[in-house]
Design a protein around this ligand. Structure first.
Ligand SMILES: Nc1ncnc2c1ncn2[C@@H]1O[C@H](COP(=O)(O)OP(=O)(O)O)[C@@H](O)[C@H]1O
Ligand SMILES: [Mg+2]
Length: 276
């Protein structure tokens, strides 16, 4: 079977599991009627969404609709103006910073920029969260860092500096760092934006592989429709400050929701344009 065929088959098995979890209503994160403004600009206007344990939710939406803001609210890096963010049954909306610190350990975040420390080599970048947040001996720490670098298919990159890495490698290092504390949920902000199609495909493959190896829950923010359909269990379409449409990939394909359809069609046409 081709590599793509294997991925597709594995995805469908995983979707079955995610579907079963969804039916058992095991909610990992809930956004309840969240509003968020910056100055006079209302970005989120009563956004509600449930993310079930074990699934991959893709947040789709045009640029500037509040996708990154949504991720920052899940992480407790910013708080809603009104409404609530619930993580594993705990309302984190008004938690003090020292409590949020505990909640944040549940999450691994892959920032859009990769956000590596340019002055540290790959090993030290990945080791950083362990040095900050764990009491591991240097020997155990080395073992964990090597294990995570292998997981993202970068076994021999330890001594490289960020400046020597390609865009795809930077993402992989960022990803190794985001999973180093064994998070229950991984948040990805535009993981394939700015990468060429082959590298994007490899990153998508990696997201799917990690999903099953680590049994995590994932939220992927993207405007890359192809990625969305190859990795997601469900789409949450963010438009005009709310999750205007939420459903499975199959439902999204068949949906006659006019704004979602237009978004999917426009994005597909854009993706088919040759890039310079
Ligand atoms: N810290 C901030 N201060 C002021 N405006 C912000 C801030 N963060 C986000 N915004 C505004 O909120 C809107 C949504 O931003 P963002 O979530 O980054 O969009 P995207 O969907 O592209 O990720 C944008 O108009 C942005 O300018
Ligand atoms: Mg963004």
């Amino acid at each position: 079977m081709s590599e793509e065929g294997i991925t597709a088959e594995r995805r469908s098995e995983e979707r079955d599991t995610a579907e079963r979890r969804r039916q058992s209503r095991d909610v990992f994160v809930e956004f309840r009627d969240v509003t968020k403004s910056y100055g006079t600009k209302e970005v989120l206007k009563g956004a509600s969404l449930k993310i079930y344990r074990g699934e991959v939710v893709v947040i789709l939406g045009a640029s500037g609709t509040g996708k990154s803001v949504t991720l920052r609210n899940i992480l407790g890096l910013e708080a809603p103006d009104s409404g609530a963010v619930i993580v594993e049954g705990e309302d984190i909306t008004n938690l003090p910073e020292e409590e949020l610190y505990r909640v944040r350990k549940k999450f691994g975040m892959l920032f859009q920029s990769g956000a590596l420390f340019d002055s540290m080599n790959v090993f030290d970048n990945v080791a950083y969260p362990l040095r900050e947040h764990s009491e591991l001996t240097e020997e155990d720490l080395t073992r964990v860092v090597k294990e995570k670098l292998e997981m993202v298919n970068l076994p021999d990159a330890e001594h490289l500096m960020p400046v020597d890495l390609s865009g795809g490698m930077r993402k992989r290092v960022g990803l190794a760092r985001s999973i180093v504390l064994d998070p229950k949920m991984i948040l990805y902000d535009e993981p394939t934006t700015g990468l060429d199609p082959i590298t994007s495909h490899k990153i998508n493959e990696l997201i799917v592989t990690l999903q099953s190896k680590l049994s995590v829950t994932s939220v992927v923010v993207t405007h890359d429709i192809q990625s969305a359909f190859s990795i997601g269990d469900r789409i949450a379409f963010l438009n005009e400050g709310i999750f205007e449409w939420v459903g499975t990939m199959e439902e999204a394909r068949d949906s006659d929701h006019p704004v979602l359809r237009e978004f999917l069609q426009t994005s597909a046409v854009m993706a088919a344009q040759p890039t310079k």
